[in-house]
Design a protein. Structure first.
Length: 391
């Protein structure tokens, strides 16, 4: 068994773990990142693609934004489509100077991995049998297997950045955390298609057939989502059916047509809201999906993770520099204030735009009334815009 030591052990090489490691490096703090999947898997895994202005500023300001600035698609609005008409929410008028950038999560991961390796950072892939110990004392240890050997990583702190299904949250003793959970009665069928986007901006479409989203990943790749049953079998959705349903839900405005192309990837994801409180146990700090999940309607998952780790970086930097524990003590409360704001916004966007089956005519009328209000009231549209681009 090999023993090594670092200042911060990080479990998970998604955006949260990699960005935490990168930001700590810029503050002179050593870390080791452990990832259960292969490098190829995490660099190809298609997930979120909408970055808030704050997230873009963090990536660019930390020196990993070159490709983001060159290839990211900056958007100054979104379209809400319902009742046979499209309604643009104009960020440039409602929240001047702030926008969103379309840049795939897998591209963020590639940039961060490249930066960590170029700086001599340790990112270990294909790690198995990860176990945490000593979290409630001053000497945490992470035991794991890698390349056929068992290792122990001693560290001062552990960053739990291993997602909703990871091991870090489960390492907290029963009764310490309180869980808040909501499962939605539908999921998203996500489609990546090799076709140029049919719109310059994202389209959120609310129809009696269900919700649909037209998004994109690049000038050559389009990303679509269809509301389906949470346990829908992807085998029931051949490409022809997917395109037919996308046309039915998106081609609701006169003169607008959906461009079609080869489907490169498709899959069904259930939707849920989840929060674990507090986000700290002793020397373990949970960040990103390990601590909270939001439905993707508000495009907040990656952005919340980026906020968590910037707060954690500042707190850890203060502790290593002066022994000041105030930032560490405030970490959970600081992050949770934003988490619950984002939880509400994501829930609101989800309930505003999706069809709940069986359809309740009264609820459907309320939904349409609020959509009309958002698209006719500057105050309501501004609230949507400022939450969407990031508070």
């Amino acid at each position: 068994m090999t023993h090594t030591r670092t200042q911060v052990g990080i479990v998970g090489a998604g955006p949260a773990g990699l960005l935490l490691s990168h930001l700590l490096h810029l503050r002179g703090i050593e870390s080791v990142v452990l990832e259960a999947r292969s490098r190829d898997y995490v660099e190809r895994r298609v997930r979120a693609g909408v970055l808030e202005q704050r997230t873009v500023d963090t990536l660019v300001g930390s020196g990993v934004g070159q490709r983001l600035l060159a290839e990211g698609l900056v958007h100054h609005g979104i379209e809400l489509r319902f009742g046979g008409a499209g309604h643009r929410i104009a960020f440039e008028q409602l929240v001047p100077g702030r926008a969103i950038t379309i840049y795939g999560q897998q591209e963020v991961v590639k940039d961060l991995i490249a930066a960590r390796l170029a700086a001599g950072g340790q990112v270990l892939f294909d790690v198995t049998d990860v176990r945490l110990a000593g979290l409630d004392g001053g000497q945490p240890a992470i035991t794991f297997s890698h390349d056929g050997a068992e290792h122990v990583l001693d560290c001062a702190f552990v960053g739990g950045c291993d997602g909703f299904h990871g091991i870090c949250r489960d390492a907290v003793p029963d009764g310490v955390l309180t869980f808040f959970d909501r499962e939605y009665p539908f999921g998203w069928l996500g489609v990546l298609a090799e076709v140029a986007p049919s719109s310059a901006e994202l389209i959120y479409s609310c129809t009696d057939r269900g919700f649909a989203l037209h998004s994109m990943r690049s000038p050559q790749l389009s990303r679509f989502y269809l509301q389906v049953a949470p346990d829908e079998d992807i085998e029931n959705w051949p490409d022809e059916r997917i395109w037919a349903e996308l046309r039915a839900r998106l081609e609701t405005v006169g003169g607008w047509q959906l461009a079609q192309g080869p489907v490169a990837e498709k899959g069904v994801t259930a939707m849920r809201s989840f929060v674990a409180e507090p986000m700290r146990y002793g020397r373990l700090f949970l960040a990103g999906d390990a601590a909270h999940i939001v439905p993707p309607t508000g495009a907040k998952g990656l952005n919340l993770a980026a906020f968590d780790v910037t707060v954690l970086t500042d707190a850890l930097a203060a502790w290593f520099a002066t022994g000041d524990e105030s930032g560490l003590d405030a970490y959970s409360a600081t992050c949770l204030r934003r988490v619950w704001r984002v939880q509400h916004f994501s829930w609101w966007m989800t309930t505003l735009l999706h069809t709940f089956w069986p359809v309740d005519p009264y609820e459907r009328r309320l939904q349409r009334s609020y959509l009309d209000y958002v698209c006719s009231s500057t105050a309501a549209a501004t609230s949507l815009a400022e939450n969407y681009v990031g508070l």
